[in-house]
Write a protein that binds this ligand. Structure first.
Ligand SMILES: *Cc1c(COP(=O)(O)O)cnc(C)c1O
Length: 451
């Protein structure tokens, strides 16, 4: 081991990444070598080969685990891939906030302690007409906090058609149970009427809750009351109405052919007391849960000790504040998730054509174009899609799954789609400057097929 570590190449590596990583990698490589010798797999190995293995193992251990990648899947808000990419302006503000001190909880006018909510509260007031807005770690936390504050020890009425599960095991009945509120189910899976809610309201009722069925669609013999009707019922019977919107759509997407995606401002205008949604779904900002609406219930939520446990950090505040400010300027193009939604099939086709030409020029490759569909994802707009133009990549010697795996393991990783045993690239979710890396990853795959 000492002889190996004394070699020129490993000493240079040690300079760069520190002794600990090199020693650990050397130990592992030697251990593997002993295993291979004792199993009879090999009888000897050159020192040069060993050194090469150690360098590779060290380099890989020195890489951060969380790495940027290229999303060529066409799923804009891919939860596994980190949902919304942030706007350039949000990243800049986040960077300057992270680097030094800030007035996160400091009132510069008065020279005394302030609240971290102050930075986003008036932006959401302008954007949505909200009296008060709070921000917590994510929307699951927002729902938990609202239920716990407003309905602990009492009942919350939810339609049986809205007892949903979101990815990552967020389930309405379980969140209700954890909040200490008793779930009172009404109606049936497919039909719930206003009368079902009305009949269930008692002196134990604290909340009516409406949940957006983010990730599935119910069609056929279905019914649920209008939001307006629920608002009237709640105010007549003196209970609060909470709406979990989930996706946090702030602009009307009907021009894209996207239907039934509720817009947060519309719910507040209809008279919902508290609306909750995610920061990193259709809003296109950082992971966060937004609680917004009427002052009185939100001040109560603000005083809950759980709020402190679920609060966001300064980086989230910085990124969210900047993203929401872009909405106030109608600068949707600056928000990558929205920009990707608004890309037309023709815009994508022009880029796809250029990429296909470059890939087809590589030895062994062919690349064709065909019409396809991108999806918004992130538990929104189920069953709906955006028209796109796909690059279908084939290789003389490699199967689609083998290519998919090789692209996934390249640097940076490229995440492609496999459909009907074909490898597809959807440029809707690829930043133009990343196209070069896709070509490079394909070229490497061709030179080095066993990667
Ligand atoms: C996505 C979603 C949640 C969970 O939001 P996170 O920000 O992922 O915690 C809760 N409710 C609904 C309706 C959702 O769509």
């Amino acid at each position: 081991m000492d002889d190996l570590l004394a070699r020129e190449g490993l000493r240079a590596l040690e300079e760069r990444v520190g002794r600990r990583l090199v020693v650990e990698a050397t130990r592992k490589v030697l251990q593997g070598l002993r295993g291979r010798i004792s199993s009879g797999e090999i009888s000897s190995v050159s020192v040069e080969m060993l050194e090469k293995e150690i360098v590779a193992a060290t380099e890989s251990a020195a890489q951060p685990s969380l790495q940027p990648l290229i999303n060529a899947s066409g799923v804009i808000l891919h939860t596994n891939l980190g949902r919304a990419p942030l706007a350039r302006a949000a990243i800049e503000h986040l960077g300057e906030t992270a680097t030094g001190y800030s007035n996160l909880e400091y009132d510069l006018e008065r020279g005394e302690r302030g609240q971290r909510d102050q930075h986003t509260d008036c932006l959401f007031a302008q954007l949505l007409g909200a009296e008060r807005t709070l921000v917590v770690n994510n929307n699951a936390a927002a729902v938990l906090l609202a239920l716990n504050t407003l309905a602990e020890g009492g009942e919350v009425i939810v339609s049986r058609g809205e007892l949903i599960e979101i990815g990552g095991s967020f389930r309405i009945p379980e969140i209700c149970a954890k909040s200490g509120a008793l779930l009172r189910e009404v109606g049936t899976t497919n039909r719930t009427r206003l009368g079902d809610y009305a009949a269930a309201i008692s002196d134990r009722t604290r909340l009516l809750m409406r949940v957006h069925a983010s990730n599935f669609r119910m069609v056929g013999f279905t019914e649920r009351p209008d939001l307006k009707e629920l608002v009237s019922l709640a105010s007549e019977r003196n209970v609060l109405l909470l709406e979990d919107l989930g996706s946090g759509c702030l602009v009307d997407l009907s021009s894209l052919g996207i239907r039934d995606e509720p817009v947060a401002g519309a719910s507040l205008r209809a008279g919902v007391d508290i609306v909750t949604f995610s920061g990193d779904k259709m809003l296109g900002g950082p992971q966060a849960g937004i609680l917004t609406g009427r002052r009185e219930p939100l001040e109560k939520i603000r005083r809950n000790p759980l709020f402190r446990a679920l609060r966001v950090d300064k980086l989230t505040v910085a990124a969210l504040e900047t993203t929401v400010a872009l909405y106030l300027r109608n600068d949707w193009n600056a928000i990558p998730a929205l920009r990707m939604m608004y890309l037309t099939r023709e815009q994508i086709a022009a880029r796809a054509e250029r990429l296909a030409e470059r890939i087809a020029a590589l030895p062994g490759f062919t690349a064709a174009l065909e019409d396809g569909e991108s999806v918004i994802g992130g538990g929104s707009t189920p069953g709906q899609s955006l028209p796109t133009r796909l690059v279908v990549v084939t290789h003389a010697a490699e199967s689609a799954p083998a290519m998919e795996a090789a692209l996934r393991r390249s640097t940076p990783p490229v995440i492609a789609r496999i459909e009907r045993d074909r490898l597809l690239l959807d440029l809707r979710t690829v930043f133009p400057e990343q196209e070069e890396d896709i070509v490079r990853a394909c070229a490497q795959l061709a030179n080095n097929p066993e990667v």
